[in-house]
Design a protein around this ligand. Structure first.
Ligand SMILES: *[C@@H]1O[C@H](CO)[C@@H](O)[C@H](O)[C@H]1NC(C)=O
Length: 209
């Protein structure tokens, strides 16, 4: 019995040592992986200098703006010209299918559309023409408010853009993100008679990963 039990302890200790070593090894491995990932991320940010693309609405052209007094609807058709800038040196931007744009007046949508799908290379500025169209219920209260706004020459319009975007590094696809932009515009008037002048614009944007 004594002879058998004595060699058991070193055996058990060895086993314990084995598990400990294995854990150490795993920890080291994980640390190395984490260091590599952190290094890759830091490398990415230092060498690629990813910068947020910027957007601004440079022009609007209204071709239809018709009230229908019979069913109290407003039919609107317009084209917004958006200046999209990709300031990145290495990252291309693919504007994917599934975008949505809306123009609304005091919370009531006037018209909607979508962005063209296209690939924007690095250091590129592209003027996008977004056609939007819609017929929406527009009560007499809103109609009066709009007339007031027109008279004052300050028509507030909200433009919302949501677009899925695929970032590309050379030919590698990076993550697909969703870009949301809200432009709060004030135009002097909205009618097909004369092109609206954009008096002010403020932009807010965020990115969903
Ligand atoms: C920017 O990209 C667009 C779309 O790919 C292209 O048509 C245009 O020629 C590019 N502009 C410049 C200056 O490279």
């Amino acid at each position: 019995m004594g002879k058998r039990s004595v060699p058991r302890y070193p055996e058990d200790e060895n086993k314990g040592g084995g598990i400990c070593c294995c854990l150490c090894g795993c920890c080291c491995f994980l640390l190395v992986i984490m260091a590599l990932v952190a290094g890759a991320v830091i490398h990415f940010f230092y060498t690629m200098h990813p910068k947020a693309p910027s957007y601004s609405i440079s022009k609007m052209a209204v071709s239809k703006f018709d009230f229908s007094s019979s069913d109290l609807t407003l039919y609107t058709k317009l084209v917004a010209t958006v200046r999209a800038e990709n300031p990145n040196d290495k990252i291309g931007i693919k504007y994917a299918e599934g975008s949505h744009t809306v123009v609304s007046y005091r919370g009531t949508p006037l018209c909607s559309g979508k962005l063209p799908t296209f690939f924007q290379g690095h250091n590129n500025v592209t003027m996008l023409e977004i056609s939007m169209e819609g017929r929406h219920g527009f009560g007499s209260g809103l109609q009066d408010a709009l007339e007031e706004s027109e008279k004052a020459g300050n028509v507030p319009l909200d433009v919302y853009v949501t677009v899925p975007v695929q970032l590309q590094l050379d030919t590698y696809d990076l993550s697909q993100i969703k870009v949301n932009v809200h432009a709060a515009l004030v135009v002097d008037s909205i009618s097909p008679k004369k092109p609206p002048t954009i008096k002010s614009a403020t932009y807010q944007g965020n990115v969903e990963f």
